[in-house]
Design a protein. Structure first.
Length: 350
């Protein structure tokens, strides 16, 4: 029997079509999840707009939540009951390389490998389809009263949890977050939870306002005030304890380094386009004991922490959701998602 399901598929640049594709059936040790909400992340947006050349057709969607619909043989129904609300970590990691065994699945030697799945008719992570077959290791349970759209943000929040851990933010420290896109705002929220004073640099007055509503203690416009001078003036000349750069701009990465103080940490959260070398004085690193690092993708542990933060409502991402569209209007959802002033746009399914 060949059952069908709906899927919002990118068929050409700037075009999403609702297609009938093969509905997967869970095999032994597998679980069928009915997807209810899927956020449109940069990967999907760039594939849609053609900036990223992915083979088309592409069934995107890697930030999603849903409910368990059916389980295959060998799955314990008490642990994975039908109707259980879940979010899914579908990024590939092998589980057996050196990095996976260190608990750093984001560094897996096969990370970034295209998601190939025997159940899929069209390639891609698949959150923009009605159903997805996964194994228990991809499943993170959510409480049944948590809105699906919050659950869909487990993945981006998990990336930020990993980043804040790289920054080793401590109670009372001065943290500078550069940029108030969705990732910058999530940094503001998580650093506030960690007990930091958060200073935000962002040119847009609307975005600065949202950051303040989410807890930023001080905000400023880096096109009007010099970032490094401003941070020094707010920290008695010391510079920041931690700086997170959430912008893709190499010149800003340089400012991030210049704004940190003795014993400070700088985290390059965003990927940098175009990637240009910046200057770092080895003597300054030596004498100030500064750490410069990066953060990419979530580990399994940070994914779990993220699902707990959302489940316990310690992070409430309401303000980060620009709009919700039913899957039938996926084209409109993508068109809004690629606009630079959008936060997350969510595609929902009944
Ligand atoms: Zn994402
Ligand atoms: Zn691995």
């Amino acid at each position: 029997m060949n059952q069908k399901m709906k899927a919002a598929v990118i068929t050409e640049v700037n075009k999403v079509e609702l297609l009938d594709v093969k509905k997967p059936t869970p095999g032994e040790g597998e679980i069928l999840v009915n997807i209810k909400a899927c956020a449109l992340c940069t990967w999907e947006q760039r594939t849609f707009s053609g900036v990223l050349k992915m083979p088309l057709p592409f069934l995107g969607g890697h930030e999603m939540s849903g409910v368990i619909e059916e389980v295959g043989e060998g799955i314990n129904l008490e642990q994975y009951p039908i109707g259980q609300k879940v979010s899914l970590r579908t990024l590939y990691s092998c589980g057996s390389c050196y990095y996976c065994r260190q608990g750093k699945e984001n560094m897996c030697i096969e990370a970034g490998k295209p998601v190939v799945d025997k159940h899929k008719e069209i390639w891609g992570p698949g959150g923009l389809g009605e159903y997805l077959v996964v194994t228990p290791k991809e499943i993170f349970k959510l409480p049944n009263d948590l809105p699906f759209e919050y659950g869909a943000l487990t993945e981006p929040l998990a990336c930020v949890v990993n980043s804040v851990e790289q920054g080793k933010v401590e109670l009372g420290e001065d943290v500078v977050v550069i940029g108030a896109g969705i990732m910058g705002l999530l940094h503001v929220m998580v650093c506030k939870l960690r007990g930091a004073r958060v200073i935000l640099s962002e040119p847009s007055v609307e975005r600065r306002k949202i950051a303040e509503e989410l807890g930023a203690d001080a905000t400023f416009d880096p096109t009007k005030e010099d970032l490094v001078e401003k941070v020094k003036s707010l920290t008695e000349g010391k510079g920041a304890n931690v700086v997170f750069n959430t912008t893709p701009i190499a010149a800003v990465a340089q400012q991030a380094i210049n704004a940190v103080g003795k014993l400070g940490r700088v985290v390059m959260y965003s990927s940098i386009h175009p990637d240009k070398p910046i200057e770092v004085s080895p003597q300054w690193l030596h004498s100030k004991q500064v750490e410069i690092t990066g953060a990419v993708s979530p580990t399994i542990k940070s994914f779990q922490t993220s699902s707990i933060l959302l489940s316990k409502r310690l992070i409430v991402p309401e303000k980060l959701i620009t709009a919700k569209y039913p899957i039938e209007e996926a084209q409109a959802a993508f068109e809004l998602a690629v606009k630079p002033d959008s936060y997350r746009v969510i595609v929902t399914q009944k």
